[in-house]
Design a protein around this ligand. Sequence first.
Ligand SMILES: [Zn+2]
Length: 238
Amino acid sequence: MNQHIFANLEHTFNDLLELFFPSLCIACGNRLVSQEKYLCLSCWADLPVTNFHLEAENKVAQIFWGRVQIENATAWFHFRKGSNYQQIIHFIKYKGIKELGLECGKRLGSCLADSEGYKNIDAIVPVPLHPKKHKKRGFNQSEWIAKGISEMLEKPLITGNLHRKIHTSTQTKKNRLERWQNVEGIFAVKNPEEFSGKHLLLIDDVATTGATLEACAEPLLNSENTKVSIATLAYADI
Ligand SMILES: [Zn+2]
C-alpha cells in the first residue's frame, strides 16, 4: 500500500518537475516529448553520421596509416566546431550524463554489429583515465560508451588492464605536435596474456589527431598476436 502511495507521489513529483523545468533537446533546444531523452527524434535522425564503418579507407583510418597497425577505424558522427551536436560530447564528458554515453554507445554498437570489419572483435577496451582523474570525475566517459558497444556486439568489456601510467594535462588546448608529445608512452598493459590472441576494439569519445588512440594501441599490440580496431563517437577536424 505504502509503496503504491510513494510510486504515485513520485509520479506527481516528476510531472511537476517537468512542468517547471521541461526537458529540452540538448542539440536544438526544443522541448522533449515523453518518450524522448536528451535529444529529440528529429535531431537523432539528422545526426551527421560518417558511415566510416562501411568504408575501410576513411579519414579516421588514414590517421594511423604508416604509424601503427590498425585493422579498422571509425567514428560515428562528424564533430564540427559550433555544431549543435558538439553538445553530445559536452554533456557526456563534462556534465557527467553517463546514460547518454551508454545510449550513444548502443547506437554506435548496433551500426558496428552489422559491419563486416567489426564482426570478429573479441573484446572492447576503453581509453583509460589516470586513476586520479577518474576519481575526480567519478567516471570514465569512454567506459560508458564502450559499455553500450559491448552490449550490442555481445563481447566482453575489459577495463583496468590497459592503464594510464602518467597523469597528463588535457589535450583540448594543445596543438598537433604538443598532443603527440603529451601522450607518448603514457599507457601500458598490466597483464598482456589477457589480451593475447584477441582482436580488441579500442574506444574513445572523440578522434582528433589520433595521438591518444595511437599511444593506447602501441602497448595493446605488444601483447602476443593481438589486433586492434578503433571506434569513437565523434570525428573532429582541427
Ligand atoms: Zn532536437
